[in-house]
Design a protein around this ligand. Structure first.
Ligand code: 6R9
Length: 670
């Protein structure tokens, strides 16, 4: 499908796409946003990471990271070189070193006398709860590692994980890492088709799933999607391990399916972790790109663990002896990998994990959890904050949130209004907010204030972290002066950077390293303010951001046109108060379907849900007689976005047929 602004030649619009449009329009106001919130003297004095790290990292970046790697991790074999960048863009970090992720997250804490510290307080949606100490979690992971090995999984094999937010998800990931198997988590909200294509791409040998989970008080099944995904032959899966979570009936495939309780439950608690090469693959995680096919982003071990652990400590000012940390992200997204599974456990933190939705059984559920566990660091997404704003402050006001001392935000730009609400209502007007910019591809946080150092500005992620070389450049790749906007790039390799796209090294180069020579292009637009602080303005390519989740316009368009009723489709991300962006589709229907508008629209929404997953279902599907196209046949999504956001469409003179926009407007009025 053609685009009016292909990403490789995209210009930064005055008001960039989507959430960015809101932010772009508001940018002039943001520039006049003069409020700053410096750390209090007490906070600054007790901060784990102080300003010195910037200077140290600037002096010698690889040496800075080598120091972090040795301080934060226990290596079974020390590395000989911090960074090998002799074959860009393929980086090798901590060359020759050997390290085991699970040993670092678990065993060593037990060996160091911290076995009784709680690693995970789990809160199930129906109200059940259980806590695991580091000693208990270590034992569970050893059992799972033995069980997976007994099912024929060995180092380098891929394991697909299709689980809800339950401790077994973390246990599964760490068990894979322990034996050197490569996990590939598929978000539980994705469809059987999406699961199958990811299983096939990674050639997974084992699938770990659950009977189901709970969603808003009702059981919600997972196992049937696995059965459906594997119903057609030609896949690589030999075994399926099933966690019993909600007790619902499941179909059973004798010989292939195994209950977790039996296979893992009965496995030995003895398992020795061996070191894996620093560059050994740790996981694959699929993410939407600008083309239809999701990319399997590949992360490796030593660099990834180093940067996730460092940023988790520095950005959240982690004091592991006293803090209770809660990251609300699902393990199906990168945040649930880096800041639920790996960094908190590597750092010996106590964390909360919650299975369900924020409004189950009531809209105060999160705040009840904060009060119950005395959460001191909360990390969530702007879409959640905007939802809570909509529900009203009297709900959080009913709970004791005084334990909170640091608030994090991730996934999309946080508008100053939501930022202020977050600080005032949730943070008791004292907790610093850290707005963290990063991506599945970057593996770990890249731009964020340091809470004990930076005077925070509402709405800005502000400064690259120590050891990270971020810049904003113009079309030609020249650094823009302060007060100007452009493309966000990363100039130097960083430890947690993706090492490639699974099975497709050329696509890795083309996607990230071809727009600007020698620089990684992140796909985001950004501006530098007069102080040089960075403000993120949203994607400049065709990736939408719905509730902090990345969705590709092309992927949803392909799903729509795969339905027999659809002749043509164009998808845009329209600004949405709560979700940041919402998916809006314009479709031209074929013959008879056009007479059955409403019914067909419902069917199409379900079709997209089936092809990709419920989160990709368009909020609106508008049936139109034509799509606006340029003379060269490119769909002008800009104009459709105007319609979707309720504006008068802008300049339509470059359309092959300039009357199209009137025809569309008329058809929508009907
Ligand atoms: C971690 C994660 C990455 C895209 C990224 C950008 C947007 C993430 C942001 C942010 C503004 C922030 N994004 N954090 N935009 N401010 N603090 O979300 O990874 O799912 O790969 O999405 O999300 O557009 O390019 P991922």
């Amino acid at each position: 499908m053609s685009q009016d602004t292909p990403s490789s030649t995209a210009t930064v619009p005055a008001a960039p796409a989507g959430q960015g449009a809101q932010q772009g329009d508001a940018f002039e106001n943001l520039l006049h946003e003069t409020r700053t919130f410096p750390p209090t003297p007490e906070f600054a004095a007790n901060a784990v990471v102080k300003a010195g790290d910037y200077a140290e990292a600037d002096a010698d970046r690889p040496a800075f990271w080598a120091k972090q790697a040795r301080e934060l991790l226990t290596w079974s074999k020390d590395f000989s070189e911090a960074l090998d960048w002799s074959n860009p863009p393929f980086a090798k970090w901590f060359v020759g070193g050997e390290v085991n992720a699970a040993y670092n997250a678990l065993d060593r804490h037990v060996e160091n006398g911290l076995g009784d510290r709680v690693a995970i307080h789990f809160e199930g949606e129906p109200g059940d709860s259980r806590s695991y100490t580091y000693a208990e979690l270590t034992e569970e992971v050893k059992k799972a590692a033995n069980a997976f090995e007994s099912l024929g999984v060995s180092k380098g094999d891929r394991v697909a994980v299709y689980l809800p937010m339950i401790p077994e998800a973390v246990i599964t990931l760490l068990a894979c890492a322990r034996i050197g198997a490569v996990h590939s988590v598929v978000f539980g909200g994705f469809s059987a088709d999406a699961l199958r294509s990811r299983i096939d791409d990674a050639e997974a040998k084992l699938v770990v799933t659950a009977d189901g989970t709970y969603r808003r008080g009702k059981p919600s099944a997972l196992k049937p999607a696995v059965d459906e995904a594997l119903s057609q032959d030609g896949h690589t899966v030999q075994n399926v391990v099933v966690v019993k979570r909600n007790g619902q009936d499941v179909d059973w495939h004798e010989g292939r399916d195994h209950w977790w309780d039996e296979t893992v439950g009965e496995a030995s608690t003895e398992h020795t972790a061996v070191g894996h090469d620093s560059e050994h693959p740790l996981f694959i995680l699929y993410t939407s790109g600008t083309t239809g096919k999701p990319k399997g982003i590949l992360h490796t071990t030593g660099g990834y663990l180093t940067q996730t652990a460092y940023t988790h400590k520095a950005v959240f000012d982690l004091h592991p002896e006293t803090d209770v940390y809660w990251c609300t992200a699902d393990v199906g997204w990168v945040t649930g990998h880096s800041y639920v599974t790996y960094a908190p456990l590597i750092n010996g933190a106590t964390q909360v994990m919650y299975e369900g939705t924020p409004d189950s059984p009531h809209q105060g559920r999160w705040w009840e959890i904060v009060e119950k566990y005395k959460v001191s660091i909360l990390y969530t997404a702007p879409t959640a904050i905007r939802t809570f704003m909509k529900w009203g402050r009297d709900i959080p006001d009913k709970y004791d949130l005084s334990s909170i001392r640091v608030l994090g935000s991730v996934g999309e730009p946080i508008n100053p209004e939501a930022w202020m609400w977050y600080r005032t209502v949730i943070g008791g007007d004292k907790a610093p907010i850290v707005d963290t910019w990063w991506q599945t591809e970057t593996g770990a946080q890249m731009i964020a204030p340091l809470p004990g150092v930076t005077a925070a500005k509402p709405g800005s992620a502000q400064v690259p972290l120590p050891g990270i070389a971020v810049d904003v450049v113009d079309e030609m790749g020249q650094s823009v002066p302060d007060g100007h906007g452009g493309f966000l790039v990363i100039r130097e390799p960083w430890p947690a950077m993706l090492r490639g796209i699974w099975g497709d090294p050329e696509r890795f180069k083309d996607t990230y390293w071809s727009r600007f020579e020698t620089m990684y292009f992140a796909g985001d637009g950004a501006k530098k303010d007069e102080d040089g602080d960075i403000w993120l303005l949203g994607r400049v390519d065709d990736v939408m951001n719905v509730s902090g989740h990345r969705l590709s316009t092309t992927e949803i368009e392909s799903a729509l046109v795969s339905h027999p009723a659809v002749a043509e489709a164009a998808v845009v991300g329209a600004s949405d108060e709560t979700t940041g962006q919402a998916v809006v589709a314009f479709v031209i229907l074929r013959g008879d379907a056009a007479n059955n508008g409403d019914e067909t629209v419902q069917e199409l929404r379900n079709h997209v849900g089936k092809e990709i997953g419920p989160i990709a279902k368009p909020k609106n599907i508008l049936v139109v007689p034509e799509l606006p196209k340029t003379r060269s046949g490119k769909i002008m999504r800009r104009l459709l976005k105007d319609v979707a956001e309720g504006r008068d469409p802008g300049d339509a003179t470059t359309l092959a047929d300039p009357t199209i926009m009137q025809q569309i407007a008329q058809s929508l009025r009907k």
